[in-house]
Design a protein around this ligand. Structure first.
Ligand SMILES: [Zn+2]
Length: 176
């Protein structure tokens, strides 16, 4: 077990500490549940810094980098999704205050909050951050037109430019 997996968030923020690490992606079971097989060398790199304002507000600043392999929902080929996330999380003291409005803090409704703890699981936080950074419906910007992947399509069509989008087809129709 890494020494840095657990922190005391109270001490961590009061002293302005920071920790960082690199862990194999395969360590994150919850994250992997919905993902295809991952490259062996895939890692998650993270850092966490504690901050405390003059008013006594406590924050964790989390930075996460990863590149999990997803499945493109359009062409079903692997899609390596670069995650680069920087987030400031407000530490609260009770489950109840995870969701309640901050008095006079209307502008901070979108702020992410986490429950402080004497034994806080940093890697669970890192895993959550990666999961939240993944798209609901991952798609390539442009699906690979690699012949190896497009073989079936090409064989079934006499038309040149099989990958043409419906809009491109419309364009050719208009020209006529
Ligand atoms: Zn695709």
């Amino acid at each position: 077990m890494d020494a840095t997996q657990y922190i005391d968030t109270y001490e961590f923020t009061r002293l302005g500490r920071s920790v960082d690490g690199t862990v194999p992606l395969e360590r994150f079971a919850r994250l992997l549940e919905d993902l295809p097989g991952q490259p062996d060398a895939s890692v998650v790199t993270w850092s966490l810094r504690g901050e405390q304002s003059a008013a006594g507000e406590r924050f964790l600043r989390l930075h996460v980098q990863a590149c999990p392999r997803l499945t493109c929902q359009r062409c079903l080929a692997p899609l390596d999704w670069a995650v680069e996330s920087e987030n400031r999380l407000r530490l609260v003291d009770s489950e109840a205050s995870l969701n309640e409005d901050v008095p006079g803090g209307a502008d901070e409704d979108d702020e992410d909050r986490v429950l402080g703890a004497r034994r806080f699981d940093v890697l669970a936080l890192v895993e959550d951050e990666v999961i939240l950074s993944l798209p609901l419906v991952p798609k390539h910007d442009v699906c690979p037109s690699d012949p190896k992947l497009g073989v079936v399509l090409d064989d079934q069509s006499d038309v040149k430019g099989v990958a043409a989008s419906p809009f491109a087809v419309l364009g050719t129709l208009k020209k006529d």
